[in-house]
Ligand binder design. Structure first.
Ligand SMILES: O=C(O)CCC(=O)C(=O)O
Ligand SMILES: [Fe+2]
Length: 278
């Protein structure tokens, strides 16, 4: 068992969170809280309806289609800087196509991207939340749907355009801190069990990297008596966390793919803009 911790998330809705702390993103940046968890910001029946649409439009594979030649463990709907950033022109063109797709993908539903951005905006009084853009005005992908099939896992890692990917030629490089925002559409379930994100009370430093690279982070965390927080999500829940905290998702099982809407977020305490991308 991990040690008892006082490292607790801000929950469960925006009004409660802001009443306790007018600057919850600042607390996230400093590593004082593991996450901001907003419960039921998107209706579960909308989650199911959207996933049905993705299947009907051929955007995701039905897990029951056992004979499918497509055996990818993860399917993305959207544009990922991490996957495409090596080719800036190609990335920005792909992002433009994602904007065009997303302009009608949610017709008849509440727009989940707008829901996510609105929640972030409400948590950042005085700042302006906007899709990341380059100086010439071209925009990044606004958000991405990630469908994770059985056996998918995220080993302990961080996400950082600055500390890890060193994307010096992109405007998002300017931000001091990077967060993620994740809206859960569907959990991978196996009976009572469902795989959930674990966030370790550990902001990445170069000294930590060898443990991550060698697959020895769990031993290191145990010996250090490191705290951790397990983010228990239901469909419709949205959480934000600091992606410089080492985090992981154990292997998924069950037939339902874990499906989320995900963004990255660039934040600096003294910057009036907050950039959002995928
Ligand atoms: O899906 C999540 O909750 C987090 C996934 C993650 O860590 C990532 O995409 O880098
Ligand atoms: Fe991550």
């Amino acid at each position: 068992m991990p040690p008892q911790t006082t490292w607790l998330p801000a929950e469960p809705d925006i009004a409660t969170i802001l009443a306790q702390d007018p600057d919850p993103l600042g607390a996230l940046a400093r590593g004082e809280t593991p996450a901001i968890v907003l419960r039921q910001v998107y209706a579960p029946d909308q989650c199911q309806g959207l996933l049905r649409r993705f299947r009907n439009w051929g955007l995701m594979r039905d897990p029951i289609a056992l004979n499918s030649a497509d055996q990818r463990k993860r399917i993305d709907i959207g544009t990922s800087l991490g996957n495409r950033g090596h080719d800036k022109e190609g990335f920005l063109e792909h992002a433009q196509a994602t904007h065009e797709l997303f302009a009608h993908l949610f017709d008849g539903f509440v727009d989940p991207v707008r829901t996510l951005y609105a929640a972030l905006q409400a948590l950042a009084p005085g700042k302006s939340v906007t899709t990341a853009y380059e100086p010439d005005g071209r925009r990044y992908g606004p958000a991405i749907f990630r469908i994770h099939y059985e056996q998918h896992s995220y080993p302990p890692h961080i996400d950082s355009v600055k500390l890890r990917e060193q994307r010096t030629d992109y405007a998002v490089y300017r931000f001091e801190h990077q967060f993620a925002g994740i809206l859960c559409l569907q959990n991978a379930r196996h009976g009572e069990r469902s795989a959930q994100t674990i966030i370790h009370q550990c902001l990445w430093t170069p000294e930590i990297q060898p443990y991550i690279a060698d697959g020895a982070f769990h031993d290191f965390a145990r010996e250090a008596g490191m705290g951790q927080f397990r983010v228990e999500l239901a469909p419709g829940d949205l959480y934000f966390f600091n992606t410089r905290c080492i985090h992981e998702i154990p292997p998924l099982d069950g037939d339902d793919p874990r499906s989320v809407l995900a963004v990255f977020i660039g934040y600096s305490p003294d910057d009036g803009e907050i950039f959002v991308w995928a």
